[in-house]
Design a protein around this ligand. Structure first.
Ligand SMILES: [Zn+2]
Length: 260
């Protein structure tokens, strides 16, 4: 297996994985979106709400606000030594108190744990008119994207790595403008491939011109991962790989017990 990063930033990661098959690529994709524990608000104790929105609508909005957290600091409630009752090892408390006129934004939420904070401070929650009050205490806990979208760690997708070849003497220069992702450029009067990885396999160039060959590499996958949680994109990948390993390990142990 061969792995190389094409682009990385805090929120996004683009990489190529070679020497594997679609089954493994898809397992990794699904794990990166749905199988990593992410912190999100689950319960809201609404003390005052005289705004125009029902408690449930505000609670739903709060759940979807991404929270930055340290994955090592929190346990899943079911795995916690409090047996799911809720404690500082498996829950984070967030509070808010605002009086209108104002727009309540995610940045107004205060966290009792210094390691937990909202990822974006400008997400609007509700508009309060003169004298209107909103006061609540919310409890965040770890959960999985397979149970609710608020716990999704990332949006991840992959495609087969493209292989694009041109015969400069045969290729028609109109493919340079026709390609939607600008894979080709005209240099010294000849068409050349300059951005092979940008190819989306739309085959527009192959339809327009002879001398162009586009193929999808069978055992090579280009991944795009964008974090939509408080974890950064590289954490998402590393945690997904650890999860896949743990799942395989658990399976191996069960299989050994059953087969002995
Ligand atoms: Zn606990």
């Amino acid at each position: 297996m061969n792995f190389r990063i094409l682009e990385k930033s805090d929120r996004k990661l683009t990489f190529v994985l070679e020497g594997t098959d679609a089954a493994f690529a898809n397992a990794l994709r699904r794990t990166m979106t749905n199988e990593i524990p992410v912190l999100a608000i689950e319960y809201v104790d609404m003390e005052e709400n005289t705004s125009g929105l029902f408690d449930e609508v505000i609670a739903h909005r709060l759940g979807l606000i991404p929270l930055v957290f340290d994955p090592k600091s929190y346990k899943l409630k079911d795995d916690c030594k409090c047996n799911g009752k809720g404690c500082s090892n498996c829950e984070a408390i967030l509070t808010l108190e605002k009086t209108g006129p104002c727009t309540v934004r995610s940045g107004d939420i205060a966290s009792q744990d210094a390691g937990v904070a909202v990822l974006e401070t400008e997400i609007p929650i509700v508009e309060l008119l003169e004298g209107v009050r909103l006061k609540f205490s919310a409890t965040a806990q770890l959960g999985f994207g397979r149970d609710h979208a608020k716990w999704k760690a990332s949006i991840a997708g992959y495609r087969h790595t493209p292989v694009v070849k041109v015969s400069p003497d045969k290729a028609d220069e109109k493919i340079v403008d026709a390609c939607p992702t600008h894979v080709f450029e005209k240099k010294d009067g000849k068409v050349k491939v300059v951005n092979e990885q940008q190819c989306i396999l739309c085959m527009r160039c192959v339809e327009l011109s002879d001398g162009v060959r586009v193929e999808a590499h069978e055992n090579s996958f280009a991944f795009d991962v964008e974090s939509i949680s408080g974890l950064n994109a590289q954490q998402v990948l590393l945690m997904a790989l650890a999860t896949v390993k743990d799942m395989a390990q658990e399976f191996a142990e069960e299989a050994k017990k059953a087969i002995k």
